[in-house]
Design a protein around this ligand. Structure first.
Ligand SMILES: [Fe+2]
Ligand SMILES: [Fe+2]
Length: 291
């Protein structure tokens, strides 16, 4: 049975997922300075319930076949063509739900991420990676339910790690009854490399595929696996990794804190920053992006 539209959108706001990530992976620096992660957001029980419901849907419906279907649908990039700044305006239509006063719009999160990377003196392609990393959330605006856009990602076609958040919900996934998919390796060869592994569908894979001709490999790994917490935070799926994945992991780990811990009520002044980002975008990206 298909979920109803309401059940498709348990999160009042897409950020609720990322706020929950902060609860699971608190900022070590905030702990060191005695600040609590409550500074980022107060977590109330009802919000946790919506996150739980969100993961129930995600784990239930992200089947191997669903992933293939969405790849066929979106990786043709025949939906829309947009100049990059128009794409950010488009993405910002996502801010509307629960409490628009306190929530940063999507561009603010992207800019806070990229600015934190720039402040630390990382290469300019990594700054651009920060700017682009969540642009794939436009999938929501193409009608995709939240559970097919955000949330931790995980390999499909093989056994689920029990380090994935709410692993108990995988029993609802039809793939959990498919013996081929439920061995440790499933359809994959040992140490085949993540590039041969199909991940649950979402904004990571979509932006990776959109950017794959334009950014260095390290940046592409940051895009493609930034929500694969079972790998970059929990160290799971060693049996699928090759040496290249192992070499790239430190870059994915380097990126993660900028994504998780750069949220701040102070909004970057876009007008001041625009010239820098315009030339950065011109350096790496085509005039128009295909969605
Ligand atoms: Fe993301
Ligand atoms: Fe993000």
């Amino acid at each position: 049975m298909e979920p109803t539209s309401i059940a498709n959108a348990p999160l009042a706001n897409l950020d609720e997922w990322e706020d929950d990530l902060l609860r699971r992976y608190p900022d070590p620096e905030s702990i060191a300075t005695g600040k609590s992660t409550e500074e980022y957001r107060n977590y109330e029980d009802p919000a946790r319930d919506t996150v739980k419901e969100f993961y129930r849907l995600n784990h239930q419906y992200q089947t191997f076949d669903f992933v293939q279907e969405k790849r066929a649908e979106y990786l043709k990039f025949d939906k829309k063509e947009m100049a990059i700044w128009d794409a950010f305006d488009f993405l910002n239509q996502l801010v509307d739900d629960s409490d628009p006063d306190t929530d940063l719009d999507q561009l603010q999160h992207l800019l806070q991420t990229s600015e934190a990377i720039r402040r630390d003196g990382h290469p300019d392609w990594m700054v651009l990676t920060g700017l682009m990393h969540d642009l794939g959330k436009v999938l929501c605006l193409f009608g995709e339910p939240q559970w097919a856009v955000v949330g931790d990602t995980f390999p499909v076609g093989c056994a689920y790690s029990d380090k994935i958040v709410y692993p108990e919900f995988f029993s609802l996934n039809p793939d959990s009854k498919n013996p081929t998919y439920q061995t440790k390796l499933g359809i994959y060869e040992p140490n085949c490399g993540l590039r041969k592994v199909f991940m649950s569908w979402g904004h990571d894979e979509y932006i990776y595929q959109m950017m794959k001709d334009y950014l260095p490999e390290e940046g592409l790994y940051m895009l493609r696996y930034h929500s694969f917490y079972a790998w970059h935070r929990e160290g799971e799926y060693e049996h699928l990794l090759d040496d290249h994945d192992r070499a790239m992991l430190p870059w994915v780990k380097l990126f993660n804190p900028y994504d998780l811990y750069s949220k701040n009520p102070e909004q970057p002044d876009w007008n001041k920053l625009k010239p820098y980002y315009q030339s950065l975008v011109e350096k790496y990206l085509p005039v128009k992006l295909k969605f």
